[in-house]
Structure formats: structure tokens, C-alpha cells
Ligand binder design. Structure first.
Ligand SMILES: [Zn+2]
Length: 181
């Protein structure tokens, strides 16, 4: 599956900066710099698309975020050959990217998912458990730091608490495929 809808980079700031910068660039390059030729719905969509594409192409990570293990081959074991929080973050972010995609595929589509907090669309449920999970992670400062295993287990618990384990199979499959079984 391709990366949707755009690169889910954990370095959100750079994505947004590049996205907004590209708006300014395209507005100046089109129609003699007036920016007035990109204002209706479809041409406005062009502008958003260019900006998202640029943020995606300027990916500063080692691999594009992808559910495809040939496109992004980072696994749990890649921690051993990585160093630094951004490299570690890529491994975790791609697992989350894959989970989000799988939950969207395995659950119903809901056109109102963005505004209905009770939605059972994968889009809505994955966002909910992502925010619920950190509260459940075992973390005892300063002696015990949160591991990827803890964070995965917290997602499973969050799904159990909110959705009675509806997505347990998706969660365990996705992480197992990336070596975090
Ligand atoms: Zn935009």
C-alpha cells in the first residue's frame, strides 16, 4: 500500500514548514507571481498536492513510510544498527504508519470519521488508541524508561479499554511483521 495521504513523518515541523514554503513558491511561480490563479477549489487542490508532494519528497528519513517491507525494511531489530532518537523514531513511526493503514483497511469506511468520536472507522480508532496508549505505558522515572514493547502493549490495552479488543489482531499482526511480536 502506498503511503497515505502523505508522508507521516515524526518530524512534523519540517513537514509543515516545507508544505507551507511550497505554497509560497508555487503561488509565485504561477501566473506571473500574482497567486490569483490558484484560488478556486480544484486549482487550490493542486496547491495542496504540490505542497504535500514536496514535503513527502523532501523526506529526511532513511526510507519512505510504507506498509511494504520492500519499500521500508525497518524492523524492531533495526534498533541495533541505528543510533539517535530520529533513527529510532523512524522504526517506531513506520510501525504506527502500518498500523494506521491496516486498521483503515480492516474496518468500515466512515465519511464522518473526522468529526464523529464514536466512529468505528480505522482512521478514528487508530487516532484514539494512539492518544490513549501513553497513559497506560509502564514508566517509572528515573529507573524504567518506556520500551517499544511497552508502547506496543499499551496500544493493545488501549484498544481493549475503548473497543473491547476489536483491533487486537491488527495490532499484533502489524508489530509481529516488523519483528515486534
Ligand atoms: Zn496547504
Amino acid at each position: 500500500m502506498a503511503s497515505t495521504p502523505t508522508n507521516h513523518d515524526d518530524d512534523l515541523e519540517s513537514d509543515i514548514v516545507i508544505h507551507e514554503y511550497t505554497h509560497g513558491l508555487m503561488n509565485r511561480l504561477t501566473g506571473g507571481g500574482t497567486g490569483r490563479c490558484l484560488t478556486t477549489a480544484v486549482s487550490g487542490g493542486l496547491g495542496e498536492g504540490w505542497s504535500d508532494a514536496m514535503a513527502d519528497w523532501a523526506n529526511i528519513r532513511r526510507f519512505l513510510y510504507s506498509t511494504n517491507t520492500a519499500v521500508n525494511r525497518l524492523k524492531y531489530s533495526s534498533l541495533r544498527t541505528s543510533s539517535g532518537v530520529h533513527r529510532y523514531g523512524e522504526i517506531w513511526a513506520n510501525m504506527l504508519h502500518t498500523l494506521h493503514a491496516q486498521m483503515m483497511v480492516y474496518n468500515e469506511f466512515d465519511a464522518n470519521a473526522r468529526t464523529n468520536p464514536e466512529s468505528r472507522a480505522g482512521y478514528a480508532m487508530s487516532l484514539h488508541i494512539l492518544i490513549d496508549a501513553p497513559k497506560l505505558q509502564l514508566a517509572i522515572l528515573p529507573v524504567r524508561l518506556v520500551s517499544l514493547v511497552d508502547a506496543k502493549n499499551a496500544l493493545i490495552q488501549a484498544d481493549y479499554n475503548r473497543y473491547n479488543g476489536l483491533n487486537r489482531c491488527s495490532i499484533t499482526q502489524v508489530f509481529a511483521r516488523r519483528g515486534l511480536g
